[in-house]
Design a protein around this ligand. Structure first.
Ligand code: SF4
Length: 181
């Protein structure tokens, strides 16, 4: 399975679930998040995803960091400037499109049968929309999309617990410059 991974905290409960409950052995963590700003923040999140890949002995792929490309896409897809949108509005839906499209292209090109995203258990995100959009892409590319049957609040708590256990970084904002506080 190719698991699009937004950050270590969101990935941890899913990895635990896949390994222990579903016995999925072959998982590749795919770090594709050009939405993260600035690069220093990107590198902190990247380092921790690499760290958990080592802890759980999973494969890991890091895509290049192209914030400008992400920003161009977001600007093009919205009628107003990105800063005019609140979190969880249309700007975020475009951001999900961008990351999921790249993920499924990578999955197809590299012969994965199944893909999933850690975004789909994040209690702060529009989970239904993410699952629906990913399923639509899966149909188009003839791949299987895995939607997790996990309680987002429980997953969040477990993510925090494991983040502490492994001494990982906890981000203070979603990712892009517009979500910085
Ligand atoms: S707030 Fe988060 S999901 Fe929304 S556009 Fe920014 S990085 Fe993407």
């Amino acid at each position: 399975m190719l698991l699009h991974t937004c950050c270590a905290t969101c990935a941890l409960p899913i990895i635990e679930y896949l390994l222990t409950e579903e016995k999925v052995g072959d998982i590749t963590l795919y770090f594709y998040n050009p939405n993260i700003y600035p690069e220093e923040e990107y590198n902190k999140r990247l380092k921790d995803v690499e760290k958990i890949a080592k802890i759980y002995k999973l494969k890991f792929v890091n895509e290049n960091y192209f914030y400008d490309e992400w920003l161009k896409y977001i600007k093009k897809s919205l009628p107003q400037s990105p800063e005019k949108y609140l979190e969880n509005s249309d700007r975020c839906l475009s951001c999900f499109h961008f990351r999921l499209e790249k993920t499924i292209e990578f999955a197809k090109k590299n012969n994965f049968d199944e893909f999933a995203t850690t975004l789909s258990v994040n209690r702060f995100k529009n989970i239904d929309y993410i699952n629906q959009y990913a399923k639509k892409l899966a149909k188009k590319y003839q791949l299987v999309y895995k939607a997790f049957d996990l309680n987002p609040n429980k997953a969040y708590k477990l993510g925090l617990k494991l983040t502490k256990k492994y001494n990982l970084y906890r981000q203070k904002y979603c990712g892009c410059e517009f979500s910085m506080i």
